[in-house]
Design a protein around this ligand. Structure first.
Ligand SMILES: NC(=O)c1ccc[n+]([C@@H]2O[C@H](COP(=O)([O-])OP(=O)(O)OC[C@H]3O[C@@H](n4cnc5c(N)ncnc54)[C@H](OP(=O)(O)O)[C@@H]3O)[C@@H](O)[C@H]2O)c1
Length: 284
């Protein structure tokens, strides 16, 4: 296989930035990376890490995944320059923690517009050409929260569960076109993510009842402890590169063995009841 053209969403920070750099600097396999971000004013950290790959095989372009026209314009730009997209990495995503009834509908819609519709915009934009050439690969960065419920993350969890359903539904049909579609599920990763979760997630909690407020507080302090053991964005980027380089990739990949144990637990209990007691340390 020669050089592959890769489009990655949300490369201003975190996992997206690490993946763009990881693939652009790959020695063994060659990639032409289109690292997208919604706000080009935030390209500084990527420019710095990209080093001499910048504008050689790593190109930074604008894309807001919430906007269908922005996604189409970015995809068109890549097609005009390269004539094809071989790999799409849907990485953009936002999180939110808190009590569902306290969160505004606008903040819940923002989760779905980014994590679900954003992914759908990107997949819709690349599929016709991938089907036409009967090859391609789509990877979506989801989360352990996309396969089992995590308390006090209802909007985020349900948006990431949607990615599992979307992928499982598309996978068999896309196989007929030699297109592989996979989900990569990280556990906690030390990126800006948790700070963003805090800044948007707890809004409205002051209107909650006292018992819920205490549970959210307890969950937050547990989250702080977990984050100290978080993976690095680079580790997730390495996992994504392995998936990109696997000839026949799996549908699911987790980046941490702890998530495998939780997922396995879910699949042996079809009643779902074991999850009622799975998070005692979070909800005291
Ligand atoms: N970090 C974790 O603990 C963790 C765990 C499991 C899964 N994940 C998943 O990993 C993915 C990447 O997260 P991360 O940890 O790298 O978080 P991050 O550092 O907060 O990065 C999130 C990125 O999404 C971008 N973004 C938000 N809305 C966007 C939009 N409408 N269009 C384009 N980009 C948009 C942000 O851009 P701006 O800079 O413009 O805001 C930022 O670059 C997400 O899908 C997340 O759900 C993360």
């Amino acid at each position: 296989m020669g050089e592959r053209v890769v489009v990655i969403t949300s490369c201003s920070t975190g996992i997206g930035l690490s993946t763009a750099v990881q693939l652009a600097k790959s020695e063994a396999k060659k990639y032409i990376v289109y690292a997208t971000m919604r706000n080009l004013a935030k390209k500084g950290p990527l420019v710095e890490k990209a080093g001499d790959t910048l504008n050689k095989n790593l190109f930074i372009i604008e894309m807001d995944v919430k906007s269908e026209s922005s996604v189409k314009a970015a995809v068109k730009k890549v097609f005009n320059a390269r004539g094809r997209i071989d790999v799409l990495v849907n990485n953009a995503g936002v999180g939110m923690v808190g009590a569902l009834e306290c969160q505004s509908m606008d903040s819940i819609k923002n989760i779905y517009e980014t994590n679900v519709y954003g992914v759908i915009h990107c997949i819709k934009a690349v599929l016709p050409s991938m089907k036409k050439k009967e090859s391609g690969q789509i990877i979506t960065v989801s989360s352990g929260a996309g396969r089992f419920g995590v308390p006090l993350c209802a909007a985020y969890c349900s948006s990431k569960h949607a990615i599992s359903g979307l992928t499982e539904s598309l996978a068999p049909t896309l196989k007929q076109f030699n297109i592989n579609i996979s989900v990569v599920e990280p556990g906690p990763v030390s990126t800006e993510f948790t700070n963003t979760v805090r800044s948007i997630g707890f809004s409205g909690i002051e209107d909650g009842d006292e018992k819920t407020k205490k549970l959210v507080e307890s969950f937050t302090s547990s989250m702080d402890k977990i984050v100290t053991k978080a993976q690095k964005g680079e580790e997730v980027a390495e996992c994504i590169q392995k998936v990109v380089e696997t000839e026949i990739p799996n549908v699911y990949y987790t980046t941490s063995p702890a998530l495998d144990a939780m997922t396995a637990k879910k699949y042996v209990d079809i009643t779902g009841n074991s999850f009622l007691t799975s998070f005692p340390q979070y909800l005291k």
